[in-house]
Design a protein around this ligand. Structure first.
Ligand code: HEM
Length: 483
């Protein structure tokens, strides 16, 4: 058991540069802005919208019209590498032909890149260290099937609460309700049973996700040099720090109680596995892990389910075929085998993800050392790379009629290649889960969680858009897609 002390004083292991630096920054600020405006390091690749001379204007264009920017770059530069001005500096957008040589490259870090995008120094949100990801893969993933009875029982009960039975069509919002359910089952898996029943924790987790996203949206449009000062004018900062401290107190108290009772969950949670692997793990490390999983696991899964419900609502006639499939398979208990038989549902989930993946780009990596590609291009230390996933997913070369929602697209493709085109599959043109060494390790849990949710949902309800309204439009902000 770890040595735990509960720290009553606020602990904020992030929050940008201290005041003094912000003050000092004001002096050279003008110089920095001028330098940025007039000189920029020459990139060895073309930059999208280079005809717009002001870097800040190119960044704003990407902030506001990310899908269009990425699609335009993808079409313009084809199989070449090109540069993209983002709020976190320039990134290199790479074609999929480089995936083989880069997928396991030891000099490329996913963690650094994601920490940079999520502005870890301000938000505290970043990638997980490799040792924690290894524990997740080696210890937690093999236990996913053991969660099925719990998932079934909880989804059945929660669905009845969030979507009460009605005789007639009833208007409802989706994302928050779905997040509540996903929050509960994910908390059980990542944190533990007591927290999954603790409404205060569930509310805190949901509010924290929202604050992180709002803080990022508010801070990113500011030039990098001004952010240490700008953060003090943003209400999201104070909110986030308060939530972090509440989370710290909650986790510290839980860990003290766990150590005193010498108990663990059955099946074990991710936290249990981490403590089993390293009884001297620091509380701060567990808190970072837990908060990273809240963002990586709860928000993404809730958004994917919400997108799928929107797709079903936009195609109500077709979506009824899902009920026939579920009724034909369900015998009272969901097992791995029966979930695997839901091939039409699997295809709906994948088509929804193809068209509305949670990120417009994936395979985000940062070079920890200089490297040289086989094409001869040298990549400097610190350079960030990514793949234009949404643009690839909308390319007719890879998906016929790519801009059309065809829910049984992958069902048909699986008839030819049964082992491929599954919801959890990854591939060079199938990039929503990322690719290679860092491809999402949480997809196996997300897959069963989402399938049980959807199967139980279609057994009970029909869904359609209100009065013939079109499908809901996503909100896109740089690479992030929100519902
Ligand atoms: C539909 C839901 C989800 C989506 C769309 C998603 C997507 C992704 C993507 C795109 C990556 C980056 C992969 C790469 O760059 O190669 C990733 C990484 C990751 N995901 Fe997920 N994810 C989802 C659910 C989850 C869940 C439920 C968990 C936790 C249980 C999770 C945990 C992680 C972790 C820990 C990483 C980092 C892996 C590493 O550092 O090697 N994800 N995810």
């Amino acid at each position: 058991m770890p040595n735990i002390t509960v720290n009553e004083r606020p602990i904020v292991p992030f929050d940008g540069s201290p005041w003094i630096w912000s003050g000092l920054l004001l002096l050279p600020l003008a110089a920095v802005l001028l330098r940025n405006a007039f000189f920029s390091k020459r990139l060895p690749v073309p930059v999208i919208y280079s005809e717009v001379k002001d870097t800040q204007a190119r960044k704003s264009k990407y902030l506001q019209f990310p899908r269009e920017t990425l699609g335009h770059g993808y079409k313009t530069f084809g199989s070449a590498i090109w540069g993209l001005d983002t709020s976190q500096g320039i990134k290199l957008v790479i074609p999929t032909t480089y995936l083989d040589e880069l997928k396991s490259h030891p000099s490329l870090s996913f963690t650094e890149s994601i920490s940079n995008d999520a502005m870890k120094e301000y938000t505290g949100v970043g990638g997980l260290p490799d040792n924690i990801v290894q524990i997740f893969k080696a210890k937690f993933n093999p236990t996913v099937a053991a969660y099925l009875p719990y998932l079934q029982e909880t989804v059945e009960k929660e669905l009845a609460d969030i979507f009460p039975y009605e005789q007639d069509w009833t208007e409802t919002s989706v994302y928050h309700k779905v997040t509540r359910l996903v929050g509960r089952v994910s908390t059980r898996a990542f944190y533990g049973e007591a927290a999954s029943r603790d409404e205060a924790w569930l509310e805190l987790a949901q509010a924290y996700i929202e604050t992180v996203l709002e803080y990022l949206q508010a801070l990113k449009p500011w030039p990098e040099a001004l952010r240490p000062v700008a953060r003090f004018f943003l209400p999201q900062r104070a909110k986030l720090l308060k939530q972090w401290n509440q989370a710290h107190r909650h986790l510290s108290a839980t860990l003290v109680a766990r150590a005193a009772s010498n108990s663990r969950n059955d099946p074990p949670s991710v936290i249990d596995h981490i403590i089993d692997s390293n009884p001297h793990v620091k509380v701060d490390e567990l808190i970072h892990t837990q908060m990273a999983l809240v963002v990586a696991g709860i928000h993404t899964t809730s958004a994917a389910l919400t997108q799928l419900l929107f797709d079903m609502a936009a195609h109500p006639e077709q979506s009824r075929e899902l009920r026939d499939e579920v009724d034909g398979v369900f015998d009272g208990h969901w097992t791995k085998q029966s979930l695997d038989q839901l091939k039409k549902l699997d295809s709906w989930m994948k088509e929804s993800q193809r068209m509305n993946s949670a990120d417009l780009t994936t395979f985000q990596r940062q070079a920890l050392k200089p490297l040289r590609l086989t094409s001869g291009l040298s990549i400097d230390k610190g350079t960030r790379l990514e793949i234009p996933t949404a643009a690839i997913h909308f390319d007719d070369m890879y998906f016929s009629n790519a801009s059309k929602f065809e829910p049984l697209r992958f069902y048909e493709m699986r008839k030819e290649e049964p082992a491929k085109h599954q919801y959890i599959s990854t591939g060079k043109n199938d990039l929503a889960w990322g690719y290679g060494r860092h491809a999402c390790p949480g997809r196996f849990f997300a897959h069963v969680e989402m399938k049980i949710f959807m199967a139980e949902f279609v057994r009970r309800w029909d869904v359609k858009m209100k009065d013939g309204l079109p499908r809901h439009r996503n909100l896109e902000f740089e690479a992030n897609v929100s519902v």
